[in-house]
Ligand binder design. Structure first.
Ligand code: BDR
Ligand code: CA
Length: 313
């Protein structure tokens, strides 16, 4: 198997951090060409710093990290410190990064990379608001047909929303960008709340991370300890959902996931339902399918993969 070439577009965020660690721990399946950062969970100055902290934690200071959009295309930035803490990576105490940001804007890096590699060989993995990706498509429409696939975390249908009653955070922050991406005609795989809420870190799963006994194992356990308090209180669940790692796990073991090819449209007009992902799960419209919308996963398989891979770092 040749490793899939990917660009991770991200707003770390503890769950983004775990998604990045999983990718960096899996070089046989995933080649991380670069990491592009966007404002989301916390402002851009923190997400780009956190991405570098995570690369250094993984022992991979050579990964290219780029800074991108500091706000959504057409709206005021909404952040999620209430979930992720003031730094976005609250929980473990991790050193400031020594590695530098790359020169140039994330949007230009995405464009240049898609143009540089053979068409159909680079996959985009957005883990935050879709601003950088949509801006790249607007600036250079020719790159759309060069993208192999987009595998993203965002949206929710049966689970409703987590930032408003009907919208999931990543889509809500920049619905215009999401609309551009979902209309791009690129093959898309969506990890909505419907599946990520099944990727729950129970106590025994978090103990397994801690038992790895390495700095990575401890840091991941402490990140989860921190952000689970929010979800436990909100949903009465056993632990926190690991949203974003579903994206990188899918690249390694797609068979852990089940979904349907359906039409997904983004609400961009109504303030009441802004950012809702209108997913035609029951195929009641004649709108053409534009995404593989995931609804289920083998949670035990997912957590054993994650624990086994994190132990490699
Ligand atoms: C998504 O929003 C962020 O809080 C998480 O990092 C994840 O990408 C979940 O709604
Ligand atoms: Ca995220």
């Amino acid at each position: 198997m040749t490793a899939r070439k990917i660009i991770i577009d991200t707003d770390p965020g503890q769950d983004d951090a775990v998604a990045i660690l999983l990718a960096l721990a899996s070089p046989d399946e995933i080649e991380v060409l670069g990491i592009t950062c966007v404002a989301g969970n916390v402002p851009l100055a923190l997400t780009q710093k956190n991405a570098r902290i995570v690369c250094e934690l993984a022992g991979k200071p050579d990964v290219k990290v780029f800074s991108g959009a500091d706000r959504p295309m057409n709206r005021t930035l909404v952040t999620a410190e209430h979930v992720h803490g003031k730094t976005g990576l609250d929980g473990p105490t991790l050193p400031d990064p020594a590695m530098l940001l790359q020169d140039g804007h994330a949007v230009d890096y995405i464009i240049d990379t898609l143009r540089a590699y053979e068409s159909g060989t680079v996959t985009l993995c957005p883990l935050g608001p879709l601003t950088n990706i949509a801006m790249a498509f607007e600036k250079a429409p020719d790159i759309k047909e060069r993208v192999q696939e987009i595998i993203l975390m965002g949206g929710g249908y049966f689970e409703g929303g987590n930032i408003t009653p009907s919208a999931e955070f990543n889509i809500y922050v920049d619905p215009q960008a999401a609309d551009i991406v979902f209309k791009s005609e690129i093959p898309i795989v969506v990890m909505p709340l419907d599946v990520t809420h099944k990727a729950l870190v129970t106590k025994s799963r978090n103990d397994a991370f801690r038992t790895i006994g390495t700095p990575v194992g401890h840091a991941v356990a402490e990140m989860t300890d921190f952000f689970e308090r929010f979800d436990k209180e909100k949903y009465g669940s056993e632990g926190a959902p690991l949203h974003d790692p579903c994206v990188t796990a899918y690249l390694i073991r797609p068979n852990l996931f089940k979904g349907r090819h359906i039409n997904v449209e983004i609400e961009t007009q109504s303030e009441l339902t802004m950012g809702a992902t209108v997913a035609d799960w029951w195929r009641v419209s004649d709108r053409a399918p534009n995404a593989l919308f995931i609804g289920d996963l083998d949670a035990d398989g997912f957590f054993s993969l994650l624990t086994e891979r994190l132990a490699r770092l």
